[in-house]
Design a protein around this ligand. Structure first.
Ligand SMILES: Cc1cc2nc3c(=O)[nH]c(=O)nc-3n(C[C@H](O)[C@H](O)[C@H](O)COP(=O)(O)O)c2cc1C
Length: 180
Protein backbone atom coordinates (compact mmCIF):
# COMPACT_ATOMS: atom_id res chain seq x y z
CA UNK A 1 0.00 0.00 0.00
CA UNK A 2 1.21 3.53 -0.77
CA UNK A 3 2.77 5.13 2.29
CA UNK A 4 1.31 8.40 3.48
CA UNK A 5 3.43 11.36 4.63
CA UNK A 6 1.93 14.16 6.68
CA UNK A 7 3.96 17.36 6.16
CA UNK A 8 3.55 20.87 7.47
CA UNK A 9 5.38 24.04 8.41
CA UNK A 10 4.88 24.74 12.12
CA UNK A 11 3.80 28.30 11.36
CA UNK A 12 0.61 30.15 10.41
CA UNK A 13 2.33 32.51 7.98
CA UNK A 14 0.73 32.37 4.53
CA UNK A 15 4.14 32.57 2.85
CA UNK A 16 5.80 30.34 5.47
CA UNK A 17 9.34 29.38 4.46
CA UNK A 18 8.97 26.31 6.67
CA UNK A 19 5.86 25.21 4.82
CA UNK A 20 7.83 25.55 1.58
CA UNK A 21 10.70 23.48 2.98
CA UNK A 22 8.40 20.78 4.36
CA UNK A 23 6.60 20.55 1.02
CA UNK A 24 9.88 20.40 -0.92
CA UNK A 25 11.36 17.71 1.34
CA UNK A 26 8.21 15.56 1.31
CA UNK A 27 8.11 15.69 -2.48
CA UNK A 28 11.67 14.36 -2.72
CA UNK A 29 10.40 11.05 -1.31
CA UNK A 30 9.53 8.39 -3.86
CA UNK A 31 6.22 6.60 -4.27
CA UNK A 32 4.49 8.22 -1.30
CA UNK A 33 1.29 10.21 -0.96
CA UNK A 34 1.98 13.62 0.59
CA UNK A 35 -0.66 15.39 2.67
CA UNK A 36 0.45 19.00 3.25
CA UNK A 37 -1.39 20.73 6.07
CA UNK A 38 -1.83 24.47 6.61
CA UNK A 39 -1.99 25.26 10.32
CA UNK A 40 -4.46 28.06 9.59
CA UNK A 41 -7.02 25.32 8.98
CA UNK A 42 -6.60 24.24 12.62
CA UNK A 43 -6.91 27.56 14.39
CA UNK A 44 -8.59 27.15 17.77
CA UNK A 45 -9.10 29.36 20.85
CA UNK A 46 -6.00 29.56 23.05
CA UNK A 47 -5.82 26.42 25.18
CA UNK A 48 -6.91 26.78 28.76
CA UNK A 49 -7.94 24.20 31.34
CA UNK A 50 -11.03 26.30 32.09
CA UNK A 51 -12.07 26.39 28.43
CA UNK A 52 -11.53 22.66 28.13
CA UNK A 53 -13.66 22.05 31.23
CA UNK A 54 -16.40 24.34 29.91
CA UNK A 55 -16.62 23.37 26.25
CA UNK A 56 -14.41 20.30 25.74
CA UNK A 57 -11.76 19.67 23.12
CA UNK A 58 -12.50 21.32 19.74
CA UNK A 59 -13.31 19.11 16.74
CA UNK A 60 -10.33 20.65 14.91
CA UNK A 61 -7.94 19.04 17.43
CA UNK A 62 -9.58 15.68 16.70
CA UNK A 63 -9.30 16.32 12.96
CA UNK A 64 -5.59 17.09 13.32
CA UNK A 65 -5.07 13.90 15.31
CA UNK A 66 -6.89 11.89 12.63
CA UNK A 67 -4.36 13.19 10.08
CA UNK A 68 -1.50 11.99 12.31
CA UNK A 69 -3.13 8.60 12.81
CA UNK A 70 -3.62 8.13 9.06
CA UNK A 71 0.06 8.88 8.29
CA UNK A 72 3.04 6.53 8.12
CA UNK A 73 5.54 9.34 8.60
CA UNK A 74 5.57 12.94 9.78
CA UNK A 75 7.72 15.66 8.28
CA UNK A 76 7.60 18.92 10.22
CA UNK A 77 9.56 22.12 9.58
CA UNK A 78 9.62 24.43 12.59
CA UNK A 79 9.50 28.22 12.49
CA UNK A 80 11.34 29.87 15.38
CA UNK A 81 9.64 32.65 17.31
CA UNK A 82 11.65 34.10 20.18
CA UNK A 83 13.68 30.95 20.50
CA UNK A 84 10.68 28.64 20.68
CA UNK A 85 7.67 27.27 18.77
CA UNK A 86 5.17 29.60 17.11
CA UNK A 87 2.04 30.20 19.17
CA UNK A 88 -0.06 28.77 16.31
CA UNK A 89 1.78 25.45 16.43
CA UNK A 90 1.99 25.25 20.23
CA UNK A 91 -1.73 25.87 20.59
CA UNK A 92 -2.58 22.97 18.28
CA UNK A 93 -0.08 20.76 20.10
CA UNK A 94 -1.56 21.66 23.49
CA UNK A 95 -5.12 20.83 22.42
CA UNK A 96 -4.10 17.58 20.70
CA UNK A 97 -2.08 16.56 23.77
CA UNK A 98 -5.36 16.45 25.71
CA UNK A 99 -6.66 13.62 23.50
CA UNK A 100 -5.88 10.00 24.26
CA UNK A 101 -2.41 8.67 23.39
CA UNK A 102 0.70 10.58 22.42
CA UNK A 103 0.42 13.50 20.00
CA UNK A 104 2.70 11.93 17.38
CA UNK A 105 1.47 8.37 17.87
CA UNK A 106 5.05 7.02 17.70
CA UNK A 107 5.17 7.67 13.95
CA UNK A 108 8.48 7.98 12.12
CA UNK A 109 9.46 11.66 12.17
CA UNK A 110 11.85 13.94 10.37
CA UNK A 111 12.33 17.35 11.97
CA UNK A 112 13.40 20.36 9.90
CA UNK A 113 13.73 24.10 10.44
CA UNK A 114 14.59 27.11 8.35
CA UNK A 115 14.64 30.89 8.71
CA UNK A 116 15.80 33.91 6.71
CA UNK A 117 18.74 34.27 9.13
CA UNK A 118 21.99 32.38 9.43
CA UNK A 119 20.94 30.16 12.35
CA UNK A 120 18.20 28.49 10.35
CA UNK A 121 15.90 27.96 13.32
CA UNK A 122 18.43 25.80 15.13
CA UNK A 123 17.10 26.85 18.54
CA UNK A 124 13.57 25.60 17.97
CA UNK A 125 14.89 22.53 16.16
CA UNK A 126 16.95 21.55 19.21
CA UNK A 127 13.90 22.12 21.37
CA UNK A 128 11.72 19.95 19.12
CA UNK A 129 14.34 17.20 19.01
CA UNK A 130 14.65 17.23 22.79
CA UNK A 131 10.86 17.18 23.23
CA UNK A 132 10.03 14.52 20.68
CA UNK A 133 12.99 12.13 20.71
CA UNK A 134 12.74 11.45 24.44
CA UNK A 135 11.66 7.83 24.74
CA UNK A 136 10.88 7.79 21.02
CA UNK A 137 13.16 5.91 18.68
CA UNK A 138 11.21 7.11 15.68
CA UNK A 139 12.84 10.52 15.25
CA UNK A 140 15.04 9.87 12.24
CA UNK A 141 17.01 13.11 12.43
CA UNK A 142 17.09 16.87 12.16
CA UNK A 143 18.01 19.28 9.39
CA UNK A 144 18.36 23.06 9.54
CA UNK A 145 18.49 25.21 6.39
CA UNK A 146 20.07 28.61 7.14
CA UNK A 147 19.42 31.78 5.10
CA UNK A 148 16.36 30.38 3.32
CA UNK A 149 16.17 33.04 0.60
CA UNK A 150 19.82 32.52 -0.30
CA UNK A 151 19.81 28.73 -0.16
CA UNK A 152 16.41 27.82 -1.60
CA UNK A 153 14.49 28.49 -4.77
CA UNK A 154 11.07 27.07 -5.66
CA UNK A 155 12.38 25.99 -9.09
CA UNK A 156 15.61 24.27 -8.02
CA UNK A 157 15.17 23.57 -4.31
CA UNK A 158 18.34 23.68 -2.17
CA UNK A 159 21.24 25.24 -4.04
CA UNK A 160 24.14 24.39 -1.69
CA UNK A 161 25.46 20.92 -2.57
CA UNK A 162 26.46 19.95 1.00
CA UNK A 163 23.12 21.01 2.50
CA UNK A 164 21.21 19.28 -0.28
CA UNK A 165 23.19 16.05 0.27
CA UNK A 166 22.61 16.20 4.02
CA UNK A 167 18.85 16.48 3.58
CA UNK A 168 18.86 13.78 0.92
CA UNK A 169 20.70 11.41 3.27
CA UNK A 170 18.09 11.94 5.96
CA UNK A 171 15.26 11.52 3.47
CA UNK A 172 16.73 8.18 2.38
CA UNK A 173 16.81 7.04 6.03
CA UNK A 174 13.25 8.30 6.54
CA UNK A 175 12.05 6.51 3.40
CA UNK A 176 13.64 3.26 4.60
CA UNK A 177 12.05 3.64 8.04
CA UNK A 178 8.52 4.18 6.74
CA UNK A 179 8.85 1.32 4.26
CA UNK A 180 9.48 -1.29 6.96
C1 LIG B 1 7.53 37.28 16.68
C2 LIG B 1 8.72 36.75 15.92
C3 LIG B 1 9.78 36.19 16.60
C4 LIG B 1 10.87 35.68 15.91
N1 LIG B 1 11.88 35.10 16.61
C5 LIG B 1 12.90 34.52 15.95
C6 LIG B 1 13.92 33.81 16.66
O1 LIG B 1 13.89 33.70 17.87
N2 LIG B 1 14.92 33.23 15.95
C7 LIG B 1 14.95 33.30 14.57
O2 LIG B 1 15.87 32.74 13.96
N3 LIG B 1 14.01 33.97 13.87
C8 LIG B 1 12.99 34.57 14.52
N4 LIG B 1 12.00 35.24 13.83
C9 LIG B 1 12.08 35.27 12.37
C10 LIG B 1 11.43 34.03 11.78
O3 LIG B 1 12.36 32.98 11.78
C11 LIG B 1 10.97 34.33 10.35
O4 LIG B 1 9.88 35.22 10.42
C12 LIG B 1 10.61 33.07 9.60
O5 LIG B 1 10.26 33.45 8.28
C13 LIG B 1 9.48 32.33 10.25
O6 LIG B 1 9.23 31.15 9.54
P1 LIG B 1 7.93 31.00 8.62
O7 LIG B 1 8.13 31.87 7.40
O8 LIG B 1 7.91 29.54 8.28
O9 LIG B 1 6.75 31.45 9.42
C14 LIG B 1 10.92 35.77 14.49
C15 LIG B 1 9.83 36.34 13.81
C16 LIG B 1 8.74 36.83 14.50
C17 LIG B 1 7.58 37.44 13.73
Amino acid sequence: MTKKILAFGASNSKASVNKQLANYAANQLEGVEVVLLDLNDFEMPIYSVDREAATGIPQLAKDFKAHVQAADGLLISFAENNGAYTAAYKNIYDWVSRLEGTVWEDKQMLLLATSPGGRGGQGVLELAYKNYSYGNEQVIGTFSLPSFQKNFSPENGIADADLKAKLQGLLTKFQEAISK
